[in-house]
Design a protein around this ligand. Sequence first.
Ligand code: UD1
Ligand code: CA
Length: 463
Amino acid sequence: MSSNVSVVILAAGLGTRMKSNLAKVLHRAGGACLLEHVILAAKSIAPPDRITAVIGHQADRVRAEVARLGISFHVQEEQKGTGHALHICAGLPGHRSGRIVVLYGDCPLLSPVTLQRLMQVHEQSGCAATVITTHLNNPTGYGRIIRDARGYVEAIVEEKAATSEQKLVTEINSGIYCFEAAALWPHLDRVQPNPASGEIYLTDVVEHFRTSGLATIPLAVEDPNEVLGINTRVELAEVDRIFRQRKTRELMLSGVTIEKPETVTVDFAVEVGRDTMIGPFAQLLGRTKIGEECSIGACSILDNAELEDGAQVHPFSSVQDSRLAAGAHAGPYARLRMGAVVEKEAHVGNFVELKKTRLGRGSKAMHLAYLGDSTIGANVNIGAGTITCNYDGQKKHPTLIGDGAFVGSNSTLVAPAEIGAGSYVAAASVVTEPVPEDALAIGRGRQVNKEGWAKRRREQPAK
Ligand code: UD1
Ligand code: CA
């Protein structure tokens, strides 16, 4: 990473063609907003204090969304073109010398490898500018690269200004450049607003360079996806698909088995250990971290989840902001949320919800239960249909269940509740008092049998 590189990310536009109330760079693909991907790529060539995003539309929201990444912001009050957006950064600290790399906030697939190549090519060529280009089958809408006899860029012609002959050129301007600051600023000063649109085009600087005898060198990249700019939601979906494909491929190559990978959604920051199996339609989102030899069942959604080695989430489960320790199981159809923890070898079965609840080592809650705000010890058995009544309409209350307790099916634990270690709660009890250690609590009406009652009823003549 060179110390004389400053990065400017142009991100002030609204993105009219998105037909959205949300600024374009805040739309999400691959698990992050578009601008975040660009910032992460920029960080591969410059430290965060040398990266500036030019923002305008919804500036406050954009700033708030990516502030944690440590970059600076510069507001462009009125969007007067790409040249204007860059020009207002001329006076920023450090921008007068060294190199200025220009990126677009709506161009999120650019890889750090390509950015590093841009820096290398620029350094070796000694040119005033290097521009990333690519060849497109359908170049409509893009600025075309017009090369001179030696292969340098003579001009970049925008679609609207292109002659029919220039429109046949398939090499397009990605909008990603590296400039020598000393050459850039005085020439950008001279660029006049485009007569048709009134905007100042950054692309016009190339011709000003040429008349001063300064060269711009093109760097053509093979994979046009790298420079795919997003203009519509159709392109957003396509970019999202490419991100997903990149991520699942990377995981598979690192030793993760993915069934039907084209159906699986994995956010870019997710980590998965070797020999873990991921079923079809699973979604691994946010900061989810999965150990080795885990399994994630079909259609499960894990969001900021943590699974230690060998943990298993069975199909159709939802795990949010929660953790499964080594060898723990959850699902099918389990729901874990708000910091739930399933300790080693503990099992959560079907239609069981854990909210802010810790299920101790080896404990089991296998069927149809709601356990909220509870701390449950080791080797506890929670019967089918057990419900913690943790909310009294105003406040939430805790439930404590000691090691080795046995809570019978369909029990109702009215919190605050305390079930002592080694105790039994009889099935269908409503527990309103603490249960002492090793006791049996029965909190229900006694059964009454009325001999012959049913038979007599059947034999009574109907009225
Ligand atoms: C630009 C290039 C074109 C290139 C294409 C690649 C110019 C004149 N044209 O066209 O050659 O092929 O990108 O995608 O540069 N922005 C600001 N402030 C402004 C104007 C734009 O921040 O005043 C930002 C936008 O938010 C966007 C980027 O700059 O992220 C590009 O602007 P856009 O208007 O989309 O340029 P294009 O017409 O696509
Ligand atoms: Ca564009």
